[in-house]
Design a protein around this ligand. Structure first.
Ligand code: SF4
Length: 349
């Protein structure tokens, strides 16, 4: 790459692709910064180099991947500007990303930031007043350019200084995607992600699970919520057991493997070794359940659910031997399948 002049806040969605390309068209060298958290873009971490190559091949854009998971988990405790319709703290999310990107300017010798925001496109985070709040609280007012709607905004320092030609910027507004699709076609871009599909915090179902982990009565102290906790919340059958144990059951082979991979020392792992069925993990049982009787009862309930969701047994047999591994020790729990009415209310949606 030549000398980088601008950093682009790159979500990987069409708007950020177009904003980046629009500035590159002016002969300006842009590095796209793609932030990753357990809530969006996380799978990129499995193959960062492959992802960067893909972005270059598909869109001609240099991408740098930056993992901000740790700070993001903290942000969710109490975002200053609150949440959107679900558990999405969009304004604080943007403030955080803009602040991080600003701090990276020096490192790359770049002088300004660009974002793919379009005035009026999103109800919460792309209104003029909230865009102003984001600029103000991230300290980016003088260095942030929004190429897709720049002609509807006040002229920025970047334009005044002649670093960017304002006449070649756009005035996109509102929710219609037609102008974006036309510009994408002009650039020969045909393959891009669906709009607003990537953030789990805006998903009505999954965000509820995350919200419950951050609730005041959550067993896990907020400061101790980890990336693994969040990843564990996003799949499988989830239950809150009567003693407070957080149980996850795999729904298929793939989820069983995933659960085993995410299991930690403080978790109990249960499965039937001689009969097909789910793997179950009771998260952090050793850490947060000090009452031995309740812990034992929760483990028996968990074992009962493993049998319940295991393959149907012959001749009305409904008991099973479930191995339970906790803190390196393995033992067998012989239980009956739990009846549906017993656990109906433990289900976490
Ligand atoms: S939808 Fe998700 S990624 Fe986008 S601004 Fe909101 S919280 Fe951040």
């Amino acid at each position: 790459m030549k000398q980088i002049q601008a950093l682009s806040l790159f979500s990987g969605g069409l708007d950020s692709i177009l904003a980046t390309r629009l500035i590159m068209e002016q002969g300006i060298e842009v590095l796209a910064i793609q932030f990753v958290t357990p809530f969006f873009n996380y799978t990129i971490l499995e193959d960062i180099e492959g992802h960067r190559q893909k972005m270059m091949e598909k869109y001609g854009i240099h991408v740098q991947v930056v993992d901000i998971s740790k700070g993001y988990l903290q942000l969710l405790h109490n975002p200053a500007h609150g949440f959107g319709k679900n558990f999405n703290p969009c304004i604080d999310c943007k403030i955080m990303m803009f602040t991080r990107a600003k701090a990276m300017l020096n490192e790359y010798g770049a002088s300004f930031l660009i974002s793919g925001e379009v005035l009026g496109q999103r109800p919460m985070s792309q209104r003029r007043d909230t865009m102003n709040v984001v600029e103000r609280d991230s300290g980016t007012r003088t260095i942030l350019l929004r190429p897709l709607c720049a002609q509807l905004m006040q002229e920025t320092e970047v334009e005044k200084q002649g670093l960017v030609d304002r006449s070649k910027l756009l005035k996109m507004t509102g929710r219609s995607r037609t102008p974006q699709l036309a510009l994408a076609a002009q650039y020969g871009i045909t393959d891009f992600p669906a709009p607003a599909g990537g953030c789990i915090l805006a998903d009505p179902i999954l965000s509820r699970r995350i919200k419950s982990m951050y609730a005041a009565d959550s067993k896990t102290p907020h400061a101790e919520i980890t990336v693994i906790d969040i990843r564990s919340l996003l799949f499988g059958r989830q239950f809150m057991l009567p003693g407070g144990g957080w149980l996850i059951l795999g729904r298929d082979e793939q989820e069983n493997i995933r659960l085993t991979t995410l299991a930690q020392e403080e978790d109990a792992v249960l499965l039937m070794e001689d009969w097909p069925g789910p793997t179950a993990v009771v998260k952090k049982i050793n850490k947060y359940q000090s009452n031995g009787t309740e812990l034992e009862r929760d483990l028996r309930y968990a074992a009962g659910l493993v049998v319940r969701y295991g393959r149907k047994q012959p001749e009305r047999k409904n008991t099973g031997e479930v191995s339970c591994t906790l803190a390196g020790e393995k033992r067998l729990i012989c239980v009956e399948a739990l009846q549906d009415e017993v656990y109906a209310e433990w289900n976490v949606q």
